[in-house]
Design a protein around this ligand. Structure first.
Ligand SMILES: [Zn+2]
Length: 454
């Protein structure tokens, strides 16, 4: 079967499937499947059941829920490989970030709305689009793809996942030749990309104390250190005047990155008019290769609760994205040593480690990566961009350990320009979803045919 014939067939089959795919995606958006602690569990378990039901409706065999100790179940099914064919494990997640209408959503986050060629709702892109993408690409083959398939849809990607421990305890279950992680996306609609590196993440909490208790700022202010001022001085040393990270000794990934168009970035990030970008060097390097530091929380009196006092204690949580190939323990240590070293006036500094997870670098020399490039190029009729990702997926390492020779294909239907994943008014472009399904089906076909041609 030639690629052109196959792609025409796949395109027309996908076209026929699309109305149903959209209905199914809209239905999945109804479930507020937030797996964070403190959120109700019923919608999450209902979402797991709905995901399993969807896979069954598309004719996938023996779909079941796997109990993940301590966490929400994963949805799983397996289609055995035809003799001699490779096996791919396709991954997505059914849990989502929280969403509240009052945070700025134009419509109810849990009611899918179709508007201007996009579907809006929490999880429309991240990662309920990944679920329908997997299901539909298998439906293109009527549930009988030319290669072996394992489908794994987890329920705790956005929170403390228990899947890592499960993978480590059951590596045989995850053995395969390739992983498809359908939880990424393109920079903008219509421009296909494969993600080949991801930064890691580390975080810590710093607490500064200076006084036994709050005291009157009129009586005592002027000679005793205020803990919040001290903390702010310390935090201000994390960046230089250009906005580059100024913590000495951190690693930068040396592999070249493609340029991220500045206009696209400004628009995607929602930068207010007149506000400068920070840092120096190419945007690709700033976002995907260099470390970036953010203060993600501060404990200090709120403006409403403020009084004329010297503040005795203040704290901050600092999160740092690290180079894809950096050692997270090492980078966290460098950050914490730096914070301690810059504390002024011998204030007391308490430090607490919170998290450290490695980045990831995808091997790109294998036949799966080549097939993925060809599939994307055919589906989008555009050359493929190899890009990094600023975010991290700690699970990739665990999967890599379970199947050390497996390739990783990281893609998806989200687009950085407009999908607003984790933000308000999250959405997925319908055309992008369709092209992603075509690409993934074509990938299955290319890998299956590759075997026959050998
Ligand atoms: Zn995701």
């Amino acid at each position: 079967m030639k690629t052109e014939e196959t792609s025409d067939e796949i395109r027309s089959k996908t076209r026929v499937l699309m109305p149903g795919v959209l209905e199914k995606l809209k239905n999945l958006i109804r479930y507020p499947s937030v797996a964070f602690p403190g959120y109700p569990s019923e919608p999450v378990t209902a979402m797991a059941a709905a995901t399993a039901a969807l896979l069954r409706e598309y004719g996938l065999p023996a779909v079941r829920l796997i109990d993940i100790p301590g966490g929400y179940p994963a949805v799983y099914c397996e289609i055995p490989a035809p003799p001699g064919a490779p096996t791919v494990m396709m991954y997505a997640h059914y849990d989502v970030q929280p969403a509240r209408k009052e945070d700025g959503w134009e419509t109810d986050p849990w009611t899918a709305v179709e508007k201007d060629g996009r579907i809006y709702g929490r999880g429309a892109a991240d990662d309920k689009s990944g679920i329908v993408m997997i299901a539909a690409s298998l439906a293109v083959f009527d549930g009988k793809p030319p290669m072996g398939v394992k489908v794994l849809i987890e329920g705790e990607e956005e929170t403390n996942s228990h899947l890592d421990a499960f993978v480590a305890a059951h590596p045989a279950f995850f053995r395969c030749d390739l992983f498809i992680i359908a939880d990424m996306g393109n920079l903008s609609v219509g421009d296909p990309s494969l993600t080949t590196s991801l930064r890691g993440e580390v975080s810590c909490i710093v607490e500064v104390s200076t006084l036994k208790s709050p005291v009157h700022s009129g009586t005592f202010g002027g000679a005793a250190p205020d803990a919040l001022i001290a903390l702010m001085q310390m935090l201000a040393t994390l960046h230089d005047a250009n906005g580059d990270v100024a913590v000495p000794g951190l690693m930068t990934y040396s592999h070249g990155n493609p340029e991220y168009p500045a206009d696209l970035y400004r628009e995607s990030v929602g930068l207010l008019e007149g506000v400068d970008l920070t840092g120096t060097g190419s945007l690709g390097a700033r976002l995907w290769s260099k470390p970036s530091v953010t203060v993600i929380g501060i404990d200090a009196p709120s403006i409403n609760a403020s009084a004329n006092i010297l503040i005795p204690r203040a704290g901050a949580k600092i999160s740092m994205r690290i180079a894809p190939d950096a050692d997270p323990r090492c980078e966290l240590q460098i950050l914490m040593d730096h914070i301690r070293a810059v504390a002024p006036w011998n204030v007391r500094v308490g430090m607490q480690e919170v998290s450290s997870s490695s980045g990831f670098i995808c091997p790109t020399a294998g036949p799966g990566f080549a097939a993925a490039c060809r599939a994307l190029e055919t589906a989008f009729e555009k050359p493929v961009l190899e890009k990094g990702s600023g975010g991290s997926i700690p699970l990739l390492h665990v999967l890599h350990n379970a199947a050390p020779d497996a390739e990783f294909i990281l893609w998806g239907a989200a687009d950085s320009a407009a999908s607003c994943i984790h933000g308000t008014n999250e959405s997925v472009d319908i055309g992008e979803l369709e092209r992603s399904i075509v690409a993934q089906s074509l990938f299955l076909s290319l890998m299956g045919n590759r075997r026959q041609n050998e």
